[in-house]
Design a protein around this ligand. Structure first.
Ligand code: ADP
Length: 276
């Protein structure tokens, strides 16, 4: 049964998305200009609005990248695959990837290992998959994850074949950006000094770290990260290839998407020497 907070949530979001988003977006931008919202708050709110305009197929892991196993594989093989890929759930198929018949959860596997008892097959411990069309609206997907209390869905194409896989984390990342856990592959260093002396920096690098390491003095009252800093400078999310100048530095956007700046290069700019 839906509790009160669930129905309030659906009503609020239902009303919000029946409105003209462009009006809300203008309202958010003008609140930013008036200083009522910080850059980070603006990007969160705009990302929430964009959820209602996106389809699952734009954010899912495509079929070819799904770590899955055949139902006739023994539990040992499924466990090894789970450990190798570091995921906590693995879809199980019969015959081929177009026919997903279950999901094995690492916690169920652990329970099985700890409790022992009769040897079980993969089919014995798998759960029923949640199927959704890959055209499903991402905001609706979030609601389904909440109400069904399942955090992974298999997206189907128009012919009923497997199109991809989506989890609650994929939806939340659309709002807050990358979320990583202990098992995610390590990423390249956030700050790298290149051979020519330029600094390659990931957008999520905190401004204070740059200041501590290079005394760059890129500061802001509103934002904490380098990505936030250039967004604030531009008044929007900049495009790849754009260049901005600050006192003594040139910031070149190396990689960005419509929501955030992923990588940028910081170059020191020679200041004209003062006359003696
Ligand atoms: P986990 O922590 O088990 O990897 P999350 O739900 O936190 O699962 O998802 C993290 C990312 O990994 C998401 O992009 C999700 O789509 C992807 N993912 C989760 N399970 C699988 C899987 N079996 N095969 C491929 N990608 C997966």
């Amino acid at each position: 049964m839906e509790d009160e907070s669930d129905s309030l949530f659906s009503t609020l979001f239902g009303k919000l998305f029946k409105r003209d988003d462009s009006v809300l977006e203008k309202f958010i931008h003008s609140a930013k200009r008036d200083g009522d919202l910080t850059g980070d708050e603006v990007s969160l709110l705009l990302n929430v609005l964009r959820l209602g305009r996106k389809q699952v197929r734009e954010i899912m892991i495509p079929r070819t990248d799904i770590a899955c196993e055949a139902v006739d594989e023994p539990l040992q093989a499924v466990a090894e695959h789970l450990m190798k890929r570091g995921h906590s759930r693995i879809p199980i198929y019969q015959d081929n990837r177009d026919n997903i018949v279950g999901i094995v959860h690492a916690k169920d596997m652990l329970r099985h290992c700890m409790l022992g008892g009769d040897p079980k097959s993969t089919a014995d411990i798998m759960r029923k998959p949640l199927f959704i069309p890959d055209t499903k609206n991402v905001m609706d997907m979030l609601q389904v994850f909440r109400t069904r209390k399942i955090h992974m869905a298999i997206a189907l194409d128009e012919y009923g074949g497997t199109s991809g896989l989506v989890t609650l984390e994929d939806v939340l990342e659309e709002i807050v950006g990358d979320i990583e856990d202990e098992y995610d592959a390590p990423r390249p260093d956030d700050i790298q000094v290149l051979e020519n002396g330029d600094i390659l920096v990931s957008g999520r690098t905190p401004l204070f770290e740059l200041d501590e390491q290079f005394n760059l003095q890129l500061t802001s009252e509103q934002v904490d990260t380098v990505s936030g800093f250039v967004c604030e400078l531009a008044g929007r999310v900049p495009y790849s290839g754009e260049t901005f100048s600050t006192d003594g530095h040139r910031l070149i956007i190396k990689e960005a998407d419509p929501k955030q700046v992923h990588w940028l290069i910081i170059q020191a700019v020679e200041r004209p020497k003062a006359d003696d």
